[in-house]
Write a protein that binds this ligand. Structure first.
Ligand code: PAP
Length: 350
């Protein structure tokens, strides 16, 4: 199988692209966003508040707005949507391997071309984020000629998602995670980017509980996608990191069915699905040379691939959060999710 075409914009604009007008699109939005109210983020730069009610850093917010205006979804697209640190990297790997699998031709599953790609490239390169990798560098890339299915990802909250995604009827896969583990993961991720780690989770905890985190409130993010899933189950698949950990093979098969690429009896007999689970496991991905020493460009900055692989376990939060903190998070979760039908598998109080 040939390598799937890259959805990332080339570093130089291709002929015919209107470089000047693209820069203008970004410049106007930068000016607009600079008028939005800000709140401290706990990092070097503050968050800006989007009119739809969520927060993020200025360059990313501009990119979200460019995506809103310029991304045209197709019914064959598959879009992963997540709140950060809920299992994005893992789901990207599983989805990429599922959609692009070729079973290794005559050579057996070990020769599968998609699995070879996963050994050589970080999942974020294979399934890029709209607002962090595609609509960046003052570019409005033309994605129209890319063959189906285009695999993309985003952290954009549901109210600000480019309208064409819902309208196209394309498949959307959402993954969420126990907010306590999500918070701990986010805190480590942010600390890794600071010259001096904070060493204490207190500030991140307070911001998280106030709904001030990279794309706003965890609870609003999850609920909005949950409600969309309830309304349109054929379009929006809702998964949890905990279910994926408990039964990765079962969840992978569910994912494959949902995106219209179910594993055939022959493939199951050849253990193609099991090979994907193994290749996408924390150990396999974290151990790959590209993820140990490589980088991926996010928001125009190189980020070490290793930052996306910390522990990869369910329920690691008691090592970092006090019982009071955990109780507070569970109380918020309970009150926010009440009546929605959504119950996360690891809540202490429900
Ligand atoms: P992102 O939203 O910034 O892309 P995301 O991939 O959602 O990040 O979150 C990273 C978390 O997923 C890390 O969790 P931890 O901090 O609690 O350890 C990371 O270890 C975990 N992770 C990454 N890949 C895998 C995997 N293959 N299996 C299980 N967990 C994984």
């Amino acid at each position: 199988m040939a390598s799937p075409p890259s959805l990332l914009p080339a570093s130089e604009p291709s002929a015919g692209e209107d470089e000047e007008s693209h820069r203008e699109v970004y410049e106007q939005l930068r000016q607009l966003v600079s008028t939005y109210p800000t709140v401290p983020s706990g990092l070097d730069t503050p968050y800006h508040r989007h009119p739809d009610g969520w927060y993020t850093f200025l360059p990313a917010m501009v990119s979200v707005m460019v995506a809103q205006r310029h991304f045209t979804a197709r019914d064959t697209d598959i879009i992963i949507t997540t709140f950060p640190k809920c299992g994005t990297t893992w789901l990207k790997a599983l989805l990429f391997a599922t959609v692009h699998r070729d079973g290794g031709g005559g050579g057996g599953v070990e020769d599968d071309a998609a699995l070879a790609q996963l050994r050589a490239r970080n999942p974020h390169e294979l399934v890029p984020f709209l607002e962090i990798q595609v609509y960046v560098r003052d570019r409005v890339p033309d994605l129209s000629s890319l063959p189906a299915p285009r695999l993309l990802a985003t952290h954009i909250p549901r109210p600000s998602l480019p309208a064409s995604i819902a309208a196209s009827g394309c498949k959307v896969v959402y993954i969420c995670r126990d907010p306590k583990d999500c918070l701990v993961s986010l805190w480590h991720f942010h600390d890794a980017q600071r010259p001096e780690p904070r060493g204490d989770v207190g500030e991140e905890f307070r911001l998280f509980c106030d709904g001030v985190s990279p794309v706003g409130s965890y609870w609003d993010h999850v609920l909005a996608y949950w409600r969309w899933h309830v309304e349109r189950p054929g379009q929006v698949l809702f998964m949890t990191y905990e279910e994926l950990s408990a039964d990765t093979l079962g969840q992978l098969r569910r994912l494959a069915e949902f995106v219209g690429r179910p594993f055939t009896g022959e493939e199951r007999a050849a253990r193609v699905d099991e090979a994907i689970v193994k290749a996408c496991s924390f150990e396999s991905l974290a151990g790959a040379e590209v993820n140990r020493s490589g980088t991926v460009e996010l928001m125009e900055e190189p980020m070490r691939n290793a930052e996306f692989f910390r522990r990869g376990v369910v329920g690691g939060w008691p090592n970092y959060l006090s019982l009071e903190m955990a109780t507070r998070i569970d109380e918020i979760t309970e009150s926010k999710f009440k009546g929605s039908g959504l119950v996360l598998p690891t809540m202490m109080t429900m």
